[in-house]
Design a protein around this ligand. Structure first.
Ligand code: AMP
Length: 141
């Protein structure tokens, strides 16, 4: 599966605005298979672990507060070149720079509240998947 999965999170802003279904619909219509999915919430402690690489950034505390502010949807997606293709589908981190038709262009409201997460490389896709799901929750096709 290494190289064929990516981990996505529909973030609290998009969940609150009712965008779960339109976002998942766009993902599936773009050729990704959902192999694990759950609606959950991140505690501050979990959010800090998930975003540990950003712990020295100025936006870290605000990001942790935001990511633990309400329900999220965690999803493992399967496709050839999943990481790269998914990052194209979601668009630039900053929605102002996200291309038309990308998920962040359509559904994000700011650089922080940018609707969706996608793993940035294959190793992180694997580790982030195991952060959110146990082996028995993952159904590979
Ligand atoms: P990344 O690991 O690049 O996806 O960054 C993690 C998340 O932190 C992004 O998806 C944004 O929600 C947030 N973020 C990244 N850069 C900034 C920034 N300069 N200011 C505020 N939030 C940011």
């Amino acid at each position: 599966m290494f190289g064929k999965i990516t981990l996505s999170i529909i973030k609290p802003d998009a969940v609150k605005k009712g965008y779960i279904v339109p976002i998942l619909s766009k993902i599936v219509h773009s050729g990704f298979h959902i192999i694990a999915l759950k609606m959950t919430e991140l505690s501050k402690t979990s959010a800090k672990k998930f975003y540990a690489e950003h712990k020295n950034k100025l936006f870290f505390e605000s990001l942790i507060k935001f990511m633990s502010s309400g329900p999220i949807v965690s999803v493992i997606l399967q496709k050839e070149n999943a990481v790269k293709d998914f990052r194209i589908l979601i668009g630039n981190t900053n929605p102002i720079h996200a291309k038309e038709g990308t998920i962040r262009n359509l559904y994000a409201s700011s650089l922080e509240k940018n609707a969706i997460h996608g793993s940035d490389n294959n190793q992180n896709a694997f580790e982030e998947s195991l952060f959110h799901f146990s082996n028995r929750e993952i159904f590979f096709k």
